[in-house]
Design a protein around this ligand. Sequence first.
Ligand code: ADP
Ligand code: MG
Length: 327
Amino acid sequence: MISVGEFELIRRYFASATCSAPAGLVELGIGDDCALLVCPEGQRLAVSTDTLVESVHFPSSCEPELLASRALGCCVSDLAAMGADPLAFTLALTLPVADASWLEAFSRGLCASAEQLNIRLVGGDTTRGPLSISLTVMGLVPVGQALLRKGAEAGDLLCVGGTLGEGKAALELVSGRKSLSDPEMEQLLLDRYWRPLPQLTLGALLRGKASAALDLSDGLLADCRHIAEASGVRLVIEAASLPCRPSLQSLFSREALLQYMLCGGDDYRLIFTLPARHWQEVQAACPDVSVIGRVEQGEGILVLDDKGRPLSLSNEGYQHFGKCSDD
Ligand code: ADP
Ligand code: MG
């Protein structure tokens, strides 16, 4: 193993990486005490931080390239959920050892992902300790147009940006609890886990239209509860309307899939509430969105079965969902 010193490490793998070259609104990038970013008039800076710790948030000895793309994808998803356009990010990296081949692969994955998401690395910190990665992302959103968790109103539609359940299904593979005989499907699910694609185009489209929004990280029930609480409304979810990739339906039982869709996290789809008058425009621009329920007066979450009956608390499955949503 080739190990490198701190300053050489920063220079070689981060300061001179392609994703760090100052451009656009990045006036000064890596190398000084601070980066300097231009914040245009009429815009707000949206900021969010995520930390991933080895063995807690990702399996130990996972591939550094995939780790970088997952970390950045998950973090940028918060910008999408706010309706912000990506601008820049910082990286706080804690490493047990400075292994050149690990760093080279991590830097390569980070740059590929940063390029795809149109975001630039502008600084960070490098320390020694158990492996962890902390990213702070920054984006711009026009004043007054950020998509908040509060704002949903009775009568709005409850919508999701794409199919559900894949994040949790993928986690079953990543953790080794399950394997699939279909290599194509296995690759698709692993990609969904290691290369989450933040719904940035949808987030931008929803500015000035959606009444509330967030990105799905903890699971549909848990995340919808955040909107219900912040907005002071009740969200009604129709189980039969939850969109699921058809190829998944032949691989997992219906019960398992319903649980993945309602409780499994890691889908990184946008969940949003939308006044019905905007539905046609949103659907025309983004055909993957679907309506999964509605906003009513009241509080909490109500899940209806395919006959329109509330899923009963005595139903074993639903009890299980109830538990997982409180995590
Ligand atoms: P300081 O001691 O002033 O905090 P550092 O020596 O930690 O500065 O960092 C020097 C420069 O390198 C700074 O611009 C910092 O933002 C950047 N930097 C340090 N670590 C990283 C990293 N892992 N990724 C990107 N930039 C980094
Ligand atoms: Mg420092």
